[in-house]
Write a protein of this length. Structure first.
Length: 152
């Protein structure tokens, strides 16, 4: 049992610095494998927060994870899900994806979609175990991507 309270809430401008650090820690190990910085390392957290697209998972007062959700025309896109490496493998990523499902249903969507880099083999193995189905692979903006979907 965890000794802290876990909550998922909309990110605020005050979270931006913690978000940048978390994304850096979560994605930096993939730079060498991909051959360049993954897209989330170049994102603008302030703009995403202002657009109300970022939700943070907090453990106590610490931002332990985040999810970026973008409504599409017929689906909710999980643009980024990241968990601090020190807090991985204990259900935080699953909690964020479960939140995305609930949020997608609340918004009236019947499907979630996401993509991951083909070099992030851990993600490609994980998503099917969580009920996601692969539906496409393609190169976009110089990144080899694997696309998944899940009904909500």
């Amino acid at each position: 049992m965890r000794p802290w309270i876990i909550a998922i809430r909309p990110a605020t401008p005050e979270d931006a610095t913690e978000i940048v650090g978390l994304v850096e820690r979560a994605y930096r190990p993939y730079v060498e494998r991909i051959g360049r910085a993954p897209v989330p390392l170049d994102s603008d957290p302030e703009a995403l927060i202002a657009d109300e697209q970022v939700y943070v998972l907090t453990e106590g007062s610490t931002v332990a994870g985040l999810i970026v959700l973008r409504p599409g025309s017929d689906h909710l896109l999980v643009e980024n899900v990241a968990v601090d490496p020190d807090r991985q493998h204990c259900g935080n990523g699953r909690a964020l994806l479960d939140f995305a499902e609930r949020h997608g249903r609340e918004l009236g969507f019947q499907e979630l979609r996401l993509y991951t880099n083909a070099a992030m083999t851990e993600n490609i193995a994980l998503y099917p175990r969580l009920g996601w189905s692969e539906y496409d692979r393609r190169v976009e903006d110089g990144f080899s991507r694997v696309y998944f979907r899940k009904g909500v």
